[in-house]
Write a protein that binds this ligand. Structure first.
Ligand SMILES: Cc1ncc(COP(=O)(O)O)c(C=O)c1O
Length: 470
């Protein structure tokens, strides 16, 4: 496959035969030179166009529904502002994500708060700041929220998160709708009905409806159809048992994206149309009014808008046929491969003036002291050399958001590109950032200047306050 064919179809990428890869109208090489590597490049128009497609499709197929961006995929101040401008709501899962959103000026009434173990402090913050909807994960949390709401004189709008008992065809670590999931209230053994009755009787919460999320990177819609059926069955049961009907059904996120050329996720429009029609059909079957449909896409908004750029360092042959190209990033800026065997495409961008070499089967290795730190186990590319760039498309979601300082590597910079302009939205961490939280007890600083021999005997002696051999 030629580079042009490989580049085609991933977000805002464009391949110019003489010049190489362009992202949002900016040359990948110029971005790497200006901002350094590893670098996450986000194409602004790609993010905006996906937000708009979601909103338009929601208006066409389920008017009155809500599109709620799942901030866990990627959230910082600029992203919160972009999502606010596009008129989406925002799903946060912690006090920290709530802080990022509110600090950016995101309207609290458009925030939906998740989390399977929200602390009293997080729930109090949500109540104080007027968060629009809280998704209650479990019965103890419902009791805690009621207590806090009572003491503050509030009555928050809530959804109950339920487990629909559906197994999505995706990796087990990103599958959440199966009966023994750690998230949500089981539909089995009457638990969901008991929680619903309790919430309906409460003076301190206002139950709007129900939520489920069956998993992430879902490429076939059949699991959603089963989940809609299970959720609408329950809504029907509740209506018959209590006379109350849910006004909201939040089906969570999960729509998959194209990581590899052969991945063929349903379009945003097909996904929403399928969900909306299923909800209508099931509401008819249950004889209940059609609830408003809410969805919480993360990956399918920001994933394909992102491209990660790395610089090639050591290139070595190992064993008889393996060619490693080690790059200056890895599981520290993209833990998805080590965490759940995620698969990626990778393109080699030859340094200017270099001619492509023979095409080889290459393993793109990360820089961490872990054998599992491999970014792409096998990819066909022109033989890499030190100083070339490797571009990994579809890198916008769950990479920077899950990045770490493991091995003392600073986090990469993030740059937003649009119409040939590049704007930094997260600066690259520097070495001083690695010690900014460190504190040193005064006597440790003083004793650090006392020499220890190779066995550390002076240090041991000084710790217990005695002199001499330990
Ligand atoms: C409750 C909930 N909603 C939405 C999402 C977003 O999923 P995705 O990024 O796959 O669309 C997740 C992701 O795990 C989630 O747990």
């Amino acid at each position: 496959m030629s580079a042009v064919q490989e580049a085609f179809g991933y977000g805002e990428q464009e391949w110019r035969p003489q010049e190489g890869l362009y992202l949002g109208g900016c040359s990948a090489w110029e971005l790497a030179d200006q901002f350094g590597t590893p670098l996450l490049v986000l194409a602004e128009s790609e993010i905006r166009s996906r937000c708009r497609r979601y909103r338009r499709a929601m208006e066409s197929y389920a008017p009155g529904g809500r599109v709620i961006y799942a901030g866990k995929a990627f959230l910082n101040t600029a992203m919160a502002l972009l999502i606010a401008q596009e008129g989406l709501c925002l799903d946060v899962v912690s006090g920290g994500e709530l802080y990022i959103a509110l600090n950016a000026g995101f309207p609290p009434e458009r925030v939906v708060m998740h989390g399977n173990n929200k602390t009293p402090e997080e729930l109090s913050d949500a109540l104080e700041h007027g968060v629009g909807t809280l998704v209650v994960d479990n019965f103890p949390e419902l009791l805690l929220l009621e207590d806090l709401a009572r003491s503050k004189g509030k009555r928050p709008a809530i959804l109950l998160r339920l487990i629909p008992g559906v197994e999505a065809h995706t990796h087990e670590y990103i599958r959440t709708g199966q009966a023994d999931s750690k998230f949500g209230i089981s539909l089995e053994q009457g638990q969901a009905m008991a929680a619903t009755r309790h919430a309906l009787a409460s003076l301190h919460v206002q139950l709007l409806g129900f939520h489920c999320h069956i998993g992430s990177q879902i490429l076939a819609l059949d699991a959603y159809l089963m989940a809609v059926e299970a959720m609408m069955d329950f809504i029907g049961q509740v209506a018959r048992a209590t006379g109350w009907t849910a006004s909201v059904l939040d089906m969570g996120g999960g729509l998959g994206i194209r990581y590899l050329p052969e991945d063929t996720p349903p379009s945003i429009e097909t996904y929403l149309q399928t969900l909306a029609e299923a909800v209508r059909a099931q509401a008819r079957r249950q004889g209940v009014p059609v609830p408003r449909l809410w969805v919480e896409p993360g990956r399918s908004i920001v994933g394909e808008a992102g491209t990660a750029l790395y610089r090639v360092g050591s290139v070595k042959e190992a064993g008889r046929r393996r060619l490693y190209a080690a790059v200056d990033g890895g599981m520290t800026d993209n833990p998805r491969v080590a965490l759940y065997q995620a698969r990626y495409q990778a393109w080699l961008l030859k340094a200017p003036g270099r001619r492509p070499g023979a095409v080889r089967d290459v393993t793109v290795a990360g820089h961490c002291c872990e054998s599992g730190d491999i970014l792409v186990p096998h990819v066909r590319m022109s033989e890499p050399e030190r100083g070339d760039l490797v571009a990994i498309p579809a890198s916008g979601a769950y990479q920077y958001a899950m990045s770490s300082n493991y091995n003392g590597y600073p986090r990469p910079a993030v740059v937003l590109v649009r119409d040939g302009r590049a704007m930094l939205i997260a600066r690259r961490e520097a070495y001083p950032d690695l010690v900014r939280l460190d504190l040193v007890p005064p006597d440790l600083r003083q004793r650090a200047s006392e020499p220890a021999d190779q066995t550390g005997s002076a240090a041991v002696a000084s710790l217990d306050g005695t002199k001499g051999e330990a």
